[in-house]
Structures are given as C-alpha cells and as structure tokens.
Design a protein around this ligand. Structure first.
Ligand SMILES: Nc1ncnc2c1ncn2[C@@H]1O[C@H](COP(=O)(O)OP(=O)(O)O)[C@@H](O)[C@H]1O
Ligand SMILES: [Mg+2]
Length: 296
C-alpha cells in the first residue's frame, strides 16, 4: 500500500483501521489527508435526500456545532427515513460522535436546524434539552460504554432507563416488555449487572434506552470492545429493532465493514464534513472506502 513517505514514522503512533502487520497500518493523519481529496466530490443535498427516499424522518440542515466556542461540524447535512438505518464512518476525531451529541443536545449549536417527524409534521428539536429529546421527541442515545451501574441488578438498571417516565410503574411496565423480548436478560433480572458477559451488558445498555420507547436510536460504536460472536449478536439486535420494531437508527461504527453491511445509508465523515455518502452496500464496494477503512 502506498501511503506517503511519512508512513513509517506515523505508523508507530497510529491508531489505524487495519488489523494486519505494522506495514499495512495507515495513520489517522494519512486517512484524513486522503479522504479530504475524495471530499472534493462531496455529496449534494439532493444526494443526501435521495438516500432517504426523499422522505426523511430525521433531517439535519446546515448544522454548525461544537463544544464551547470550537466548531467541529461545518455545514453538516443528514437525512434518514423512518425505519431506515444510517452509519457514520471516518477517521478518529472526524466528529462522528459530535453528530450524535448534537442530535441529542450535548453540543453548542451555532446555526442550522434539526427536525424530526413525518412529512409536514416535523418538529424543530434543535434547541431541546437531552431530557426533552428523550421524553418528548422520541430520541434515545445509547452510550458508547460503561453506562451500566454494575452494583445494581439488571432490572434496576432497566428501571433507571425509565426515570423520565411519569411514574415508576410505567418504567417497570416498559421493563417487563423488554424482559418478555429478551429472555437472556429476564433470566438474570435479579443479578447484579457486574456478572453479565460483555454481550449481555451491551444488550442491557441498548435495552435501557428502549424503556423510554424511542423512535430514533443514536448508537455510538456498538461493537467496541466486544468479542466477535457478541458483535454479531449486537447487529442482530439492531437489525430486529429496525426491521421488526420500525426504529430509525443513526449509528457510528469503527468496524466500518460491519456498519456498512448493516446500514441502508453510509456517510464517510472527514473533518466535520461528509466526504462520501451512498447506500451502505455501495460504500462497501467503493475502492477509496475499501482502501482507507476496510483494510482492502
Ligand atoms: N466534550 C468535548 N469537548 C471539547 N472537544 C471535544 C469534546 N468531545 C470531542 N471533542 C473534539 O471534537 C472533535 C471531534 O470528536 P468526536 O466527535 O469525538 O470524533 P469521532 O467520534 O469521529 O472520533 C475532536 O477534535 C475532539 O477532540
Ligand atoms: Mg466517537
């Protein structure tokens, strides 16, 4: 692989995308540089709309957002239809998590708009707080990791997920529905969460977000830190949530292959802007995506 003269130097400190030998690792800087070249053919708003079948459920228009005074996302656009899934890939620090944070109300929004809803009934949620997003706009954010309380039981963790419900009884009722669906959680309901396997823990993290019965799931790196067999399990759960329960999913995934195989729509994010957008399966075939993110 030809990646430029500074490869050897960079590869030492690279957190690369490839699992092969050091020779095949390319650095985040290299990936960013190459992807910026690709970004010269960035998708138009029309392309973005077409991918959402011109019927978006979540729509982000010309978003500028970041932390404090620092702008991370520049003129960012996103559209995803109801019951569709969208996966963001891209180098470390590109702003993928910042997109999810912005949708959920964790960032400073300088300009632009986030709207959710069907057809003409969209609601402007740009300025809602995270609690309002969860309780009133049907958006749930599934934390990347370590959001489970290990000393609490599985069922107590689920009830916590419903803390914004009107009454604790409603949270418990929603938790029962989840136990009906996921017997592996039901079997462990009285056990402290610390005894769960990695896969079960991730299932609990996802389930806890489901207690609020959201329509839109924001999922940050669901496969991170999991053994391969659990990675497949997590994607099966997400597939079921999308295709059987009709949830709309916006995810970030470092495992670009898994993420793009799963998602209807894929975006490659570089330096806070969309460099490439297409159907997930098409991006898998894209040579530039393959070279930079799929280790091919
Ligand atoms: N809470 C924060 N406060 C300030 N800067 C942040 C914060 N979170 C992320 N950043 C910065 O925003 C940029 C984008 O980060 P992030 O969205 O986490 O990237 P990605 O998820 O693509 O790896 C990075 O430069 C990062 O250092
Ligand atoms: Mg991230």
């Amino acid at each position: 692989m030809v990646v430029g003269d500074d490869r050897t130097k960079n590869s030492k400190r690279a957190s690369g995308y490839h699992t092969g030998s050091v020779d095949t690792v390319i650095s985040v800087d290299d990936v960013t540089r190459e992807a910026q070249k690709i970004a010269e053919h960035a998708p138009s708003k029309e392309d973005i709309a077409n991918l959402a079948r011109n019927n978006p459920y979540v729509i982000i228009d010309n978003l500028r957002a970041g932390y404090g005074k620092m702008e991370i996302l520049h003129d960012f656009n996103l559209q995803v239809g109801k019951k569709q899934s969208l996966c963001l890939i891209g180098p470390n620090g590109a702003g993928k998590s910042t997109i999810l944070h912005s949708i959920f109300g964790f960032t400073t929004i300088f300009s632009g708009q986030i709207r959710i809803g069907e057809g003409d009934n969209k609601r402007d949620v740009t300025k809602l707080t995270s609690s309002e997003k969860l309780s009133r706009a049907g958006v749930a954010y599934i934390l990347q990791d370590k959001s489970i309380f290990p000393g609490m039981t599985v069922e107590e963790n689920l009830w916590m997920g419903g803390y914004l419900k009107e009454t604790p009884a409603e949270a418990k009722e929603a938790a029962e529905k989840i136990f009906e669906k996921y017997s592996r959680l039901a079997e462990r309901r009285s056990h402290p969460a610390r005894v769960l396997s990695g896969g079960e823990r991730r299932l609990l993290e996802i389930s806890r977000a489901l207690v609020m019965e959201p329509e839109v799931l924001l999922v940050d790196e669901p496969s991170i830190g999991l053994e391969p067999r659990f990675i497949d399990m997590v994607f099966e759960i997400l597939d079921d949530l999308q295709n059987s329960e009709g949830k709309t999913i916006i995810m970030v995934e470092q495992n670009a292959k898994k993420g793009l195989e799963f998602a209807d729509i894929g975006y490659v994010l570089v330096s806070g802007e969309v460099a490439i957008a297409g159907p997930g399966k098409e991006l898998l075939e894209n040579p530039a995506v393959g070279r930079l993110f799929l280790g091919g």
